[in-house]
Design a protein around this ligand. Sequence first.
Ligand SMILES: Nc1nc2c(ncn2[C@@H]2O[C@H](COP(=O)(O)OP(=O)(O)OP(=O)(O)O)[C@@H](O)[C@H]2O)c(=O)[nH]1
Ligand SMILES: [Zn+2]
Length: 354
Amino acid sequence: MIIDLKTYGLTPDFERAAAGKPHAKLGRVVNQQRNLYRVLTATGELKAQLSGKFRHVATTQTEFPTVGDWVLLTALTSDRAQIQQVLPRRSVLARGSVHQAGQGQLIAANLDTVFICTSLNEEFNVRRLERYLTLAWESRATPVIVLTKMDLCRDLATKMAALETVSVGVETIICSVKEPASLAPLHQYTTPGRTVAFIGSSGVGKSTLINALLGRTELVTRTIRADDDKGRHTTTARQLLQLPTGGLVIDTPGMRELQLYAGNLDQTFGDVAQLATRCRFNDCSHQTEPGCAVRAAVERGELDPQRVVSYQKLQREMSYQDLNARQLEQAKIERMFGGKRAMQQVVRRAKKRR
Ligand SMILES: Nc1nc2c(ncn2[C@@H]2O[C@H](COP(=O)(O)OP(=O)(O)OP(=O)(O)O)[C@@H](O)[C@H]2O)c(=O)[nH]1
Ligand SMILES: [Zn+2]
């Protein structure tokens, strides 16, 4: 069997990166189950594990392969191989602080587009969308907002207006699987060799959309899935699937479990960050400090106070990501009591009272 890896997204960049190792096999990770990977190579699919050296040398989570990665392998038997190296990624979707600390949990690599799905019925929530956007920007793939279940939406104009406050510079696609023509804009991102993924809360219609793009019922949607049936996938061995348009879609369990993590605050909260530069104090918390430009904007009615709350929440979470357990405890104490000494006083006073 000879497979043209270009149909699996191979680009000249990856070819060049592999050229230095002519004896190694080049392949793309199409499935990961713990330490067991399935890798598609020009001569077929191989079951692969990490080489001893790889495990020995790797120090952070982000160095390990994930679905979508291009890897170099040495074959052991006709269907088994060892992964020697992960080629530099074009993008990587992760939760946690991959880019700062290298310890985030990888979800998928080498994506061109991340479709952020949110349904136009009761699920619609701009703040949540904002967080998914942050995550997508961090990945270095291009985010595209997909508003699903248009057929169930009665106040599109209100929702679009709310959306515009956070979606600057991001294309938005409004669609419904009930109207196949509305899915056409998705196809421009799934041209041959391009890789996409769908993220968003449970039930917004990700599986339904992927099935529609695949033209077959590959993924079990909520309507089909019985209540006691835990598994969402049918017998699919691949988490990276080819679409009839020639594009590729990655759908891993991690993508479904994606927790909302903060990333580049300035990207999604550009307006707040801009205002904050005009606060009198550099480390202004925008709560009680004099000369706070952020609070002033809220008071003038120019900035949604809810947005400031989200910004501060994300800011706190971000600083948390890089702290170890002990530092976390310290930070918590500081927030509650204004420092360790203050806490000790609180404790002493409490003891005295007893
Ligand atoms: N009316 C309407 N229903 C839809 C549409 N898209 C999906 N649904 C329904 O929404 C429900 C959830 O769809 P799924 O595709 O399973 O949602 P999901 O995002 O994959 O959910 P998880 O697997 O839990 O992450 C199903 O009952 C679908 O039939 C749509 O465009 N219009
Ligand atoms: Zn301030």
